[in-house]
Design a protein around this ligand. Structure first.
Ligand code: ACM
Ligand code: ZN
Length: 526
């Protein structure tokens, strides 16, 4: 009897939940639905404890979004019906408690980030028209009564986007960042430099963008296929210093840290096309329109270090982030093996081989950035040599790099390509370019386990979190990027938040969320 009642209750709750469309992504740690609604009627106001700049910023993004779609202006006042308070009761810095009754919305968090996230949940409790770019008519602006208690599993929940292989403009990036915030993702890793384009303006070296940000052509065939077929349309573009400031500030208001990636010593051909003197051979080089791994990389001469440090000085000034990513992947040693300078340097420093030379290079840059208060991140190849423990490792070639790093005492971000590279194809009948040869269906993303078996508790504590990566060799339009990203990014966000459970139930909930994609204008995979 008890069981029958329990099942009936469950059915009732799930039916009510379905009818009211109570679903939040990523799913909160706990959510109870109550009867009734809180109605937005134009008389609402925020009451903030404390009322300071950070708290005002935490509610401003929501007020702006809601104002645009509903036409209602929610101000901060001494007394209000949306009460946001900081309290030490909530221990996770990004956690929050949200209680909605017919009379009040109460939000409690330990930091303004938690308040911001509670309001992202409110955003999702509202009808999908809240995403509208202009005032939507005939909408019941109300949210169901709920009690939510929520906090993320991982402190680092990242998304990387490559603007080098193809250029994606500021408007696209800003929209993407807002969508990341909707999913409670808190790091945007901006891949800004590569062989096919240098995308960030550096005052001291104008040719990085006047030369390095443009190429004449793009290869349409796969690297291994001959003859090659080219598209001779020029590709180019870059972000000015003001663009960067705008993106960083837009993200900051959404609890997103923007982490710049300046690749070294490899994937440097665009930079070397502009400044060939920092290579081993002296060039000349061209910004390349083919994909892959290139032999011409930075030569570790004093002049090169001065060049890179000057660049990083400007980067550090533009990005307040704790982290700076310095690449480190796919750096062939062909040129270093034949370069007098490189060989002499190895001799002088007692380095056994070119792999040790790369570690020496990385450690030098790591030390430089650490002295500027930054923590360096590198792709897992940096582990091939003995790297300063303060460097964070991004494990992309499977779990192994991350495990090795955690055992050595490095902090780790998990982004294994077979699970979290969203440029890889999703459906059997939709393979896309063959070079991206792994299929990553939605379920594989949803069920990913970021903490590998075989690590002890101390080692596991080094897993800071996860990241979804979007490379764009074969992604030439915002529409196609979105098709590859969604809904996988939504599944990813729930895994990163740590509340991924029943995949079937996730798919059911997703049906509602697709209405939100549609109002935002996201071209998602159906
Ligand atoms: C990478 O995918 N080369 C980091
Ligand atoms: Zn050299």
């Amino acid at each position: 009897m008890k069981r029958t009642i329990a099942i009936l209750c469950l059915l009732l709750v799930s039916r009510v939940a379905f009818a009211q469309q109570v679903s939040i992504f990523p799913a909160p740690v706990s959510m109870e639905c109550r009867s009734g609604y809180f109605v937005f009627d134009g008389s609402n106001a925020f009451e903030l404890h404390p009322d300071n700049t950070q708290m005002r910023e935490a509610v401003e993004v929501f007020a702006e979004r809601f104002g645009r779609s509903s036409g209602m202006d929610i101000q901060v006042a001494a007394k209000g019906d949306i009460v946001c308070s900081l309290s030490e009761k909530v221990d996770n810095p990004e956690g929050y408690e949200l209680t909605v009754t017919p009379k009040k919305i109460r939000i409690t968090a330990s930091t303004p980030a938690g308040v911001f996230y509670a309001l992202q949940s409110v955003r999702q409790l509202l009808p999908p028209q809240v995403e509208s770019a202009e005032v939507a008519e005939g909408v019941a602006w109300r949210i169901p009564c709920v009690v939510v208690k929520d906090a993320p599993r991982f402190a680092y929940r990242g998304a990387m986007f490559d603007v080098c292989r193809n250029f994606f403009d500021k408007e696209f990036i800003l929209q993407y960042i807002d969508i990341l915030a909707l999913h409670k993702i808190n790091r945007f890793h901006w891949h800004l430099t590569d062989d096919q384009g240098w995308r960030i303006e550096i005052d001291r070296y104008p040719k990085l963008t006047s030369v390095g940000a443009f190429r004449d052509r793009t290869m349409l065939t796969q690297t291994v296929v001959k003859p090659r077929v080219w598209d001779n349309t020029p590709v180019g573009g870059f972000f000015t210093r003001n663009d960067v400031r705008e993106v960083v500030e837009f993200a900051r208001k959404r609890n997103i840290e923007v982490i710049p990636e300046i690749e070294m010593p490899g994937h440097a051909l665009a930079a070397l096309s502009a400044y060939p003197q920092y290579s081993c051979t002296g060039g000349p080089f061209e910004v390349d329109g083919k994909w892959g791994v290139f032999n011409d990389i930075f030569c570790p001469k004093e002049e090169t270090f001065a060049f890179l440090q000057n660049i990083l000085d400007e980067v550090v000034e533009l990005f307040p982030s704790r982290y700076v990513h310095i690449g480190g992947d796919e750096a062939p040693k062909v040129r270093w093996k034949r370069c007098h300078h490189c060989q002499e340097l190895m001799e002088r420093e007692g380095l056994e081989n070119e792999t040790e030379l790369q570690a020496w290079f990385t450690n030098r840059m790591e030390t430089y950035l650490r002295q500027k208060g930054k923590t360096v991140i590198g792709w897992d190849e940096i582990l091939d040599g003995d790297i300063n423990r303060s460097a964070v490792v991004m494990s992309w070639r499977g779990y192994e790099g991350g495990m090795k790093a955690a055992r050595r005492g490095h902090d780790v971000i998990m982004c294994p390509n077979k699970y979290l590279y969203f440029d890889y194809y999703q459906f059997d009948n939709d393979r896309g370019p063959l070079e991206k040869r792994h299929r990553i269906p939605l379920e594989k993303v949803y069920c990913f386990n970021p903490v590998p078996e075989g690590l002890d508790a101390a080692e596991q504590s080094h897993i800071m979190g996860v990241q979804a990566n979007m490379w764009t060799e074969y992604v030439r339009t915002p529409e196609y990027a979105q098709y590859l990203l969604f809904p996988r990014l939504t599944a990813y966000s729930e895994m990163a938040w740590g509340t991924n459970g029943d995949y079937g139930a996730f798919l059911e909930r997703l049906k509602d969320f697709e209405k939100r994609y549609e109002v935002i204008g996201i071209n998602y995979a159906k």
